[in-house]
Design a protein around this ligand. Structure first.
Ligand code: PLP
Length: 417
């Protein structure tokens, strides 16, 4: 564009933005939560407890205390998702994040090699990643080292180099399938290298948060290899803890979460948990077993979710493809995931925070820009996470149109001169 064209385009975009400002929206697309329609898919779950008696397969009265490892049939069901045996599976309460935090606290404060004996404890943080992982690490005073994601997992050259040299690096957080927010799935090579790499810290941990393990959006299913299997082959079976939950299968906040790990780690974790809780909600575990049944039934339910979610993801692709052409082509790039809950936008450097602020001023809340980086610090200021699941298509459409305007406005103001 020459200067004149640029001025006139900028004027048009400002006019459009000011119109939005006069009639602000009330739209929140900041968190990746299921819509009401998705929640209704699991309504039948609530009526599932018509039982001949209250006994689990391993003879526990599911109404009573006890059975901290979870009821046998739930351990089997979650073991099918985690690809673990019953002994390698612990079924907990309604939150996988809580189980992750328990694992970190256990390593920080208990055992012969407890981390808090050392002056500095560090973790590798593949970024952009999940802000609640970073919040846990920050809370425990664990120093975070960002590592770039490549489209098929973290930059392994860098990971291997630094973990082999620095014994204060105690672990890494991974979201191996349809990663939040980039949507990428770890390649077999990355999984194997994570298992095989030499770590200066003997007790190095892989926190394998498989929150989107079965959350496909179309027929092209992606699935990261089991890190536990890879670690067993590499002779380090105690390196990984794998996490899943039904938060985005049935009900967030009223689902069931599980951990998969070596039998030794499962028993150690159960002992740690026993100082916090007598037993988890076994009624809910049983309800989930009766409702979800097996992998095929879970798959069929996830297809119903995908039917609701996919049009929203497709809409994002169509609107951006139509808007960011020719002169505007370089303003952003965006992901087109095969599963998960997010689309990640990479803006031109220095634009993301301003775009999210401008959206906020017209009543559309997005996830804070760069929140996906440890401490919320991304020197390039170029990362925006879109979470389209909760809002209806008509609202998504107006939000996306406004977002296109804000991206163009901020980019032209910054780079147009
Ligand atoms: N892990 C990831 C990567 C997530 O994106 C989310 C929710 O958005 C969670 C965990 C939350 O898990 P839960 O509800 O089981 O605590």
């Amino acid at each position: 564009m020459n200067n004149k064209q640029l001025d006139s385009r900028l004027e048009q975009v400002r006019m459009q933005y000011n119109l939005y400002k006069k009639r602000p929206f009330d739209i929140n697309m900041s968190r990746g939560i299921p819509s009401r329609k998705q929640l209704e898919l699991s309504s039948a779950l609530l009526n599932k407890l018509e039982l001949p008696d209250w006994m689990s397969e391993d003879e526990q009265d599911i109404r009573n205390y006890g059975g901290l490892l979870g009821i046998r049939e739930a351990r089997k069901l979650f073991g099918d998702i985690l690809k673990t045996s019953i002994d390698e599976t612990l079924v907990g309460g309604n939150s996988s994040l809580q189980l992750m935090y328990a694992v970190l606290v256990m390593h920080m404060f208990t055992g012969d090699n407890k981390w808090n004996k050392e002056t500095v404890v560090k973790f590798l943080c593949p970024s952009p990643g999940y802000d609640r992982h970073w919040a846990m690490l920050e809370r425990l005073g664990i120093e975070m080292i960002p590592v770039e994601l490549t489209g098929e997992g973290p930059d392994m050259e860098l990971v291997e180099k630094i973990v082999s040299q620095d014994s204060s690096i105690k672990g890494i957080f991974c979201i191996p399938t349809y990663s939040n927010p980039t949507g990428e799935t770890y390649s077999d090579e990355v999984v194997e290298r994570l298992a095989q790499m030499h770590t200066a810290a003997e007790d190095f941990l892989i926190m394998w948060d498989n929150a989107y393990a079965v959350h496909h959006l179309n027929n092209e299913h992606e699935e990261a290899q089991s890190i536990l299997e890879a670690c067993k082959k590499a002779g380090v079976p105690n390196r990984p803890y794998m996490f899943v939950s039904t938060s985005k299968i049935t009900f967030p906040g009223a689902g069931v979460a599980a951990v998969g790990a070596s039998e030794k780690n499962i028993l150690r974790l159960a002992e740690e948990l026993s100082t916090q809780i007598i037993s988890f909600d076994k009624l809910n575990q049983k309800r989930h077993v009766l409702f979800l049944k097996d992998s095929n039934t879970i798959q069929a339910l996830m297809e119903q979710h995908a039917k609701i979610l996919k049009p929203k993801f497709d809409w994002i692709q169509s609107i951006f493809k139509a808007y960011f052409t020719e002169d505007r082509e370089k303003f952003i790039s965006w992901t087109n995931p095969n599963g998960g809950y997010f689309v990640h936008l990479t803006t031109m450097d220095g634009c993301a925070a301003e775009i999210v602020d401008r959206m906020g001023e017209i009543g559309i809340q997005l996830t804070p820009a760069n929140a996906t980086y440890p401490y919320g610090i991304n020197p390039l200021d170029n990362s925006i996470r879109l979470a389209p699941s909760f809002i209806e298509l008509d609202k998504l459409e107006v939000a996306l149109e406004a977002l296109c305007t804000c991206i163009e406005l901020v980019t032209l103001e910054k780079y147009g001169e």
